[in-house]
Design a protein around this ligand. Structure first.
Ligand code: UD1
Ligand code: CA
Length: 540
């Protein structure tokens, strides 16, 4: 039974307390994961506060879980009573169904329920707000319960400051638990006790049923306390014992945001320690955050400022960071991901990403591929060895193998109504500053000219050019910006130049020489030249 009906007032939040996250899971997720590790016959989750949200979260975590509504009567005892009633009903239903399929008859049972009392065996109860509690600890508690033949077994720990917790009162000599006294109900003497109730228990089902029947709410909080079952368990001759954990953080509950942060940091520290033992290098544990469900291989290196969330996996020899946040990203072997923000993406083996890359969902980068600096990708498949090195947006695109996308290119995928795809083949070389107005296809081995707005398909092996030709207007600066430093520089360049060619680049000098050879004259320097044949001036 996972108790998740409480309000969590001290969180001061619109989000129910058990749905606050820690280590990439909600607290409810941690509780139900730990519970499921025991392979129990049933998992019941008790809900009330923000019922719909919590119930939906519980079902998403385990569709077989029994979601139980607590009524208006408050307290952990009432929560467990509601869960037990629901489990008894379920148990009876199962038995009735079994009977229908067998030849057995239901015998007269002298007033008792013909299908028995209901649930039997061990009932593990845990609060839904203990994020570090794990299945192994629950299993130890359950093993102790069975080994010692207890009626009730409580998980406890000792705290330096036990304020607010229920105190464990033990019988001198045997050390058995005689009572758990809530802080608000405790005497000064009891408040001096440092051993506290963690809100994790194993009960014998029959003991629990009998104990809950007699519970009242005559206490400082006017609630039905689960802890009061202890008295009736002992009165019935059962043994109530405590298993004392020497790891307070493991059993500590979250009541406010401070505890959420403290336990979050502790969980992260433990997660990193586990990975370091498995052969992962964590350069700076203080600034590295790894969710509990992340998978890391041997010889992965995590550089400072790295956050790995969700179902992220990093394969052997890969380096992530510094300053990288990946959520549900698959990083291939030996890949390098530097200063990157990514989600729902796949990065191939030996690929490189960043610095300063933004990988949005459904980005798939092939082996040896590159998504470089200031590049954003979305819903795009990039083939093996293909590169988008600089300053580009590539969305809704398919790029083949070994292609290179020139700097500052954009797949113009959105026409204001619909999204369209850009398809670029293998071994293509697209020029810098291209706009691929989708839908558009660039064939295998095709080139495109720098600065092109590509609106039509470029066949395999063709050069696509789409841009106005360059015009130079001679003497414009000296005429229209006379007296400026630019005009003076232009005049100097003209006057100082040998044969009037001073300051010209090699292309203009060559054109001038050709002109002179043809005319035999020394002409007025012409710096006019139409854009050169793009076939001679392109570069990727
Ligand atoms: C409870 C224990 C206390 C223990 C402490 C550990 C009781 C009476 N007290 O006190 O001995 O030291 O936990 O953290 O049990 N819940 C319900 N329904 C309710 C009230 C609570 O489902 O009506 C759930 C909450 O969602 C939470 C858990 O029970 O998951 C504990 O409730 P909380 O109010 O935090 O109990 P505490 O006062 O802290
Ligand atoms: Ca609590």
């Amino acid at each position: 039974m996972v108790l998740a009906a409480g309000q969590g007032t001290r969180m001061k939040s619109a989000v129910p307390k058990v749905l606050h996250g820690i280590g990439g899971r909600t607290m409810l997720g941690h509780a139900m994961t730990a519970a499921r590790e025991l392979a129990p016959e049933h998992v019941a989750v008790v809900v009330r506060h923000e019922r719909e949200q919590v119930a939906a979260a519980a079902r998403e975590l385990d569709e077989a879980a029994l979601v139980v509504d607590q009524d208006e009567i408050p307290g952990t005892g009432r929560a467990v009573q509601c869960a037990l009633d629901a489990l008894d009903v379920r148990t009876h239903a199962t038995r009735a169904a079994d009977l229908v399929h067998s030849a057995d008859e239901v015998h007269d049972t002298d007033g008792a329920h013909p299908l028995g009392d209901g649930l039997d065996g061990a009932v593990v109860v845990l609060a839904g707000d203990i994020p570090l509690l794990d299945g192994a600890t629950l299993a130890e508690l359950l093993a102790a319960h069975h080994a010692d033949g207890n009626a009730v077994t409580v998980l406890t720990t000792e705290l330096a400051d036990a304020t607010g917790y229920g105190r464990i009162v033990r019988e001198p000599g045997t050390g058995d638990v005689t009572a758990i006294v809530e802080h608000k109900d405790a005497t000064a003497e009891q408040r001096a006790i440092r051993e506290i109730n963690s809100s994790v228990y194993v009960f014998d089902a029959a003991v629990l049923r009998r104990g809950l029947d007699g519970l009242g709410s005559d206490n400082a909080q006017g609630e039905v306390y689960l802890t009061d079952v202890i008295a009736s368990a002992r009165a019935g001759g059962g043994a109530v014992r405590a298993v004392l954990s020497d790891d307070p953080m493991l059993v500590e509950g979250v009541n406010d945001r401070q505890a959420l942060a403290t336990l979050g940091a502790e969980l992260n520290r433990r997660t990193l320690e586990r990975w370091m033992r498995e052969g992962v290098t964590v350069v700076d544990p203080a600034t590295t955050w790894v969710d509990v469900d992340v998978e890391l291989a041997r010889d992965v290196t995590l550089l400072p400022g790295t956050q790995l969330h969700g179902a992220t996996t990093v394969a052997e020899g890969a380096t992530v960071g510094p300053d990288t946040t990946l959520t549900d990203v698959e990083v291939g072997e030996r890949a390098s991901v530097v200063r990157t923000h990514g989600s729902l993406a796949v990065i191939g083996a030996d690929a490189t990403v960043g610095p300063f890359a933004y990988l949005r969902p459904n980005t798939v980068l092939g082996a040896r591929g590159k998504i470089g600096t200031f590049v954003e990708t979305k819903n795009t498949e990039i083939g093996e060895g293909s590169k988008i090195p600089h300053l580009s947006y590539v969305g809704d695109a398919t790029i083949g193998a070994e292609s290179n996308i020139g700097a500052a290119s954009v797949t113009v995928n959105y026409d204001g109504v619909h999204k369209h795809r850009t398809v670029i083949g293998s071994h293509a070389r697209t020029g810098a500053d291209n706009m691929f107005v989708a839908p558009v296809t660039i064939g295998d081995g095709a080139y495109t000219a720098a600065g092109s707005v590509v609106t039509r398909d470029v066949p395999a092996g063709a050069l696509g050019v789409s841009r106005p030709q360059q015009k130079n207007i001679d003497g414009w600066v000296e005429r229209r910006r006379a007296g400026t430093p630019a005009a003076e520089a232009a005049a100097r360049s003209r006057d100082e130049g040998d044969e009037g060619a001073g300051g010209l680049g090699p292309q203009a000098k060559r054109e001038l020489a050709e002109h002179n050879a043809l005319t035999g004259a020394i002409p007025k320097v012409s710096r006019t030249g139409d854009a050169a044949d793009p076939e001679s001036s392109e570069s990727a």
